[in-house]
Design a protein around this ligand. Structure first.
Ligand code: ATP
Ligand code: F6P
Length: 462
């Protein structure tokens, strides 16, 4: 075909399909980032650092939190440390120990990033003085770090006495600083005095003096935000995440669809309806949620027939059931509709590759668990924003969601147990997530395939 004059030939862009992210984006992610918390005690700094760490690791950005309080407890025993006076700006010995602990944590953080063990380090400390923040910024900009680290401050500002009181009574009095050492009453009193000690030296990040810094101020647990100088991919993800989380108590319920006809005959994927057992489960599930009487329940289901059939029995318990394509099961590509045995005998090399690295293995013309995590990120963000939600989905999808809330390693994620006819209730707590499993007494096949003990040698592909 003759190309008309003046029409440029279309340039082909080749994408690295396996990595699926163009190099420039990877480059952005690879710049080491330090996220430093700032704020008075009981302002949710440790809570934020745990949550951020879990989120960043889940989306594939290797992250570790360094808690300076733990360095302090290792440096001096609590009797030696004494009580709130240790934190007084006039206590020279206390100041020296605290500075030394901060330095040790910062250096460990530096080694973690310099060695490329991880991409993001979170410094969980009060960092309440301008001097301390300057020390951190200077350290991160030192030439020895190649490339230098980007620093992003997350300051939690809270003057709501109800939030502070509940933080102290629900979390602080149980901290290793107090638990088993003094009564709850005495711990509360001491902690309030500790806050006063910090107030004497606190210099909040200031719009004018700290013009050069990159930071977000989270005000009264997310009622409002002030965001300044966001620099790069990681920092923008952090801002996006922090603007979506909330502290209201709630639970998230996960369930697979009832047993399907394909489950019964051991086939992967497909879009078959529920089996007789599956229909029974859908009925019992409805009774369960009717009894639970969960306020303002939202129900999200995948668009597969088996999930929609299960969720629709509960439609009267929510304003409406939302059917999300992103909640559909992992796409097994050329293996859709096969059993594991068929898969192994037809594609032995592929089968062995999946066993070797199940998280990254992508079915030809289908998806990997890594792809699923990327597909599910908007669901996680929406779950963070909501109160009580019931998610009716599938084995692989629910493993990804469960792994996010329970902070599981990527290698373990594809092997998490999410059995049929079981409701998993997740209740987020201050630094963790409570997991309760309710197994229904209705027969169902077991679709779990154990992690093989050895990699095995693949037979030749047909
Ligand atoms: P410390 O300086 O003593 O280590 P901290 O600032 O790290 O204190 P946390 O231990 O994280 O405080 O406090 C946990 C509590 O903070 C949780 O109960 C959580 O609900 C609450 N919390 C989480 N985020 C915020 C926030 N942005 N503002 C105030 N409280 C919050
Ligand atoms: O067998 C049920 C099922 O939901 C399949 O549709 C899906 O391919 C599979 O589980 C995912 O589990 P695994 O990743 O362990 O093969």
């Amino acid at each position: 075909m003759v190309r008309p004059v003046g029409v440029p030939q279309r340039k082909m862009t080749y994408w690295n399909i396996k990595g699926s992210v163009p190099d420039s984006a990877n480059e952005q992610v690879r710049v080491p980032n330090v996220i430093a918390l700032v704020g008075l005690p009981a302002r949710g700094k440790t809570y934020i650092s745990h949550k951020l760490c879990r989120y960043l690791n889940w989306i594939g950005i290797k992250t570790k939190a360094f808690n300076v309080g733990e360095y302090r407890r290792a440096a001096c025993n609590l009797e030696e440390q004494g009580e709130f006076e240790f934190f007084s700006p006039h206590n020279d010995k206390g100041n020296k120990i605290r500075e030394e602990c901060a330095r040790l944590a910062i250096e460990d953080m530096g080694r973690y990033l310099d060695s490329k063990e991880g991409e993001v380090a979170i410094l969980d400390a009060t960092n309440t003085t301008r001097d301390r923040r300057k020390m951190l910024v200077d350290y991160c900009r030192e030439m020895q770090h190649d490339p230098p680290f980007r620093v992003f401050f997350v300051e939690s500002v809270c003057d709501d006495p109800d939030i502070i009181n509940s933080n102290i009574t629900e979390v602080k009095i149980n901290s290793p600083d107090y638990k088993g050492i003094m009564s709850e009453e005495a711990a509360k009193e001491d902690f309030l005095k500790r806050i006063e000690m910090y107030k004497m030296q606190y210099e909040p990040i200031d719009e004018e003096c700290d013009e050069d810094l990159s930071y977000i101020k989270v005000i009264n647990a997310g009622k409002s935000f002030y965001v300044h100088n966001v620099n790069g991919h990681v920092q923008s993800r952090v801002v996006y995440f922090l603007m979506n989380i909330h502290l209201l108590p709630r639970s998230i319920y996960l369930t697979r669809h009832g047993e399907s006809e394909y489950n019964q005959i051991g086939r992967l994927g497909g879009d078959s309806p529920l089996s007789q057992n599956g229909l029974k489960y859908a009925g019992k599930l409805q009774e369960y949620f009717e009894k639970e009487k969960i306020g303002e329940l939202r129900i999200w289901s995948s668009q597969k027939i088996r999930a929609a059939q299960t969720a629709s029995t509960m439609a009267h318990l929510a304003a409406h059931v939302e059917y999300w394509k992103v909640l559909d099961e992992i796409d097994a590509g050329i293996c859709e509709g096969l059993s594991y045995e068929d898969f192994e005998s037809r594609y032995p090399k592929q089968f062995a590759e999946r066993d070797k690295d199940k998280y990254h293995y992508r079915y030809p013309s289908g998806e990997s668990y890594e792809d699923l995590v990327a597909r599910l990120e908007p669901v996680i963000m929406e779950l963070e924003r909501q109160s009580n939600v019931l998610v009716v989905s599938h084995q692989a999808v629910l493993r990804c969601i469960l792994a996010y809330f329970t902070n599981q390693r990527r290698d373990d994620l594809p092997y998490l147990k999410v059995p049929l006819h079981t409701v998993i209730k997740l209740t987020p707590k201050a630094y963790s997530c409570q997991v309760e499993m309710f197994k229904f007494n209705i027969d169902a096949v077991n679709t779990y395939r154990e992690k093989p003990a050895t990699d095995g040698n693949p037979k030749t592909e047909e």
